[in-house]
Design a protein around this ligand. Structure first.
Ligand SMILES: NC(=O)c1ccc[n+]([C@@H]2O[C@H](COP(=O)([O-])OP(=O)(O)OC[C@H]3O[C@@H](n4cnc5c(N)ncnc54)[C@H](O)[C@@H]3O)[C@@H](O)[C@H]2O)c1
Length: 304
């Protein structure tokens, strides 16, 4: 299949490039390299340097005529979105509209788009299912929720098929401190270098961590399944900041003795995603235990 990936030079996007090339697909990689790195592609495919919100992106889609677009390019930082909500909206809302319009005009069959668990804000109960109410608590969450609305609207208006992916906190090799699971990069780098680490509050805030190979497996399945589905890419398991520190310290062979600081304003207290029912339509389940995924992530960081 001929597949265009936006955000292909990024953390998740580059793993998806690897996975789809390994599966024998033709991959067109697009990224403006504002966040990712061409090195993540390891020379496996050419990179089209283009802004997803620019007219040149539509030209690329028209010229390449992909059957499916996997849309991962985004402004990914919650903090940056609070500081510059216009820039966040430019990339995450207008960029998504540009991707959908270009796909529609080029006759693309399906767009697999990327939202975030941030759209749920503080849910009434955990784990939150894929029909949980959207309660954006940051410009980033609002722009991701708006992107979802546009994806659904293009299906209704133009019959453009979709799967909406809603990842929890994704971690693994090539991740950077900026993303939603950035704490794993930060703890890993500090613990490997013998530098101090900080856990906020009493360390009881939780997140749902999902290994990157499991995430890209869901995208690979969605090429041929999950029509008009919305899928939570999570494990349903909450991991506290304090337990996460212990697990990374173990993997790094470092002392498990973080310093503490007060909770930060705006930090959400807890998250866990119920992948059912969407995951069933993809035949997808997360397979990588957190301890195995963290070991692989720490080994990758050690080797750099
Ligand atoms: N990592 C996580 O924990 C997580 C969780 C939920 C959702 N997501 C979403 O997954 C997707 C991938 O995130 P990631 O963690 O790989 O982050 P990343 O920063 O590594 O990848 C994003 C890529 O998009 C590119 N990009 C940014 N703006 C662009 C633009 N205007 N035009 C073209 N390319 C642009 C960046 O250069 C980067 O390579 C994003 O949509 C993000 O919001 C990530």
């Amino acid at each position: 299949m001929r597949i265009l990936i936006t955000g292909a030079a990024g953390f998740i996007g580059s793993h998806l490039v690897d996975r789809l090339l390994d599966d024998g697909h033709e991959v067109i990689a697009a990224d403006d390299v504002s966040g990712g790195s061409e090195a993540n592609l390891g020379g496996r495919t050419a990179l089209h340097r283009v802004d997803v919100a620019a007219p040149e992106f539509a030209d690329l889609v028209a010229a390449e005529a992909p059957e499916v677009i996997c849309h991962l390019a985004a402004q990914v930082s919650v903090r940056a979105s609070v500081e510059d909500p216009l820039r966040d909206g430019q990339v995450n809302v207008l960029g998504t509209v540009n991707v959908l319009e270009a796909a529609h005009r080029a006759g693309t069959r399906k767009v697999i788009s990327t939202s975030s668990c941030a759209v749920y804000g503080v849910p009434d109960a955990l784990p939150v299912g894929p029909d949980g109410p959207l309660r954006a608590a940051s410009p980033y969450a609002a722009s991701k929720a708006a992107g979802e609305a546009y994806v659904r609207m293009y299906a209704e208006l133009h019959g453009l098929d979709y799967t909406i992916m809603v990842p929890g906190n994704v971690y693994g090799p090539r991740q950077t401190p900026e993303g939603e699971a950035g704490v794993i990069s930060i703890f890993t780098a500090a613990l490997l270098e013998g530098k101090p680490t900080i856990v906020y509050g009493d360390g009881s805030n939780t997140r749902d961590y999902i290994y990157v190979a499991d995430v890209v497996d869901a995208y690979a399945r969605a090429l041929t399944a999950g029509s008009r589905a919305r899928v939570n890419l999570g494990t349903g398991v909450q991991t506290s900041d304090r337990l996460l520190h212990t697990l990374i310290a173990e993997a790094a062979g470092a002392p498990d003795a973080p310093g503490t600081a007060p909770f930060r304003l705006g930090d959400l207290p807890a998250m866990a995603l119920d992948p059912a029912p969407g995951a069933e339509v993809l035949g997808w389940t997360p397979k990588t235990p957190l301890s195995d995924g963290l070991r692989a992530t720490v080994e990758w960081a050690r080797s750099r």
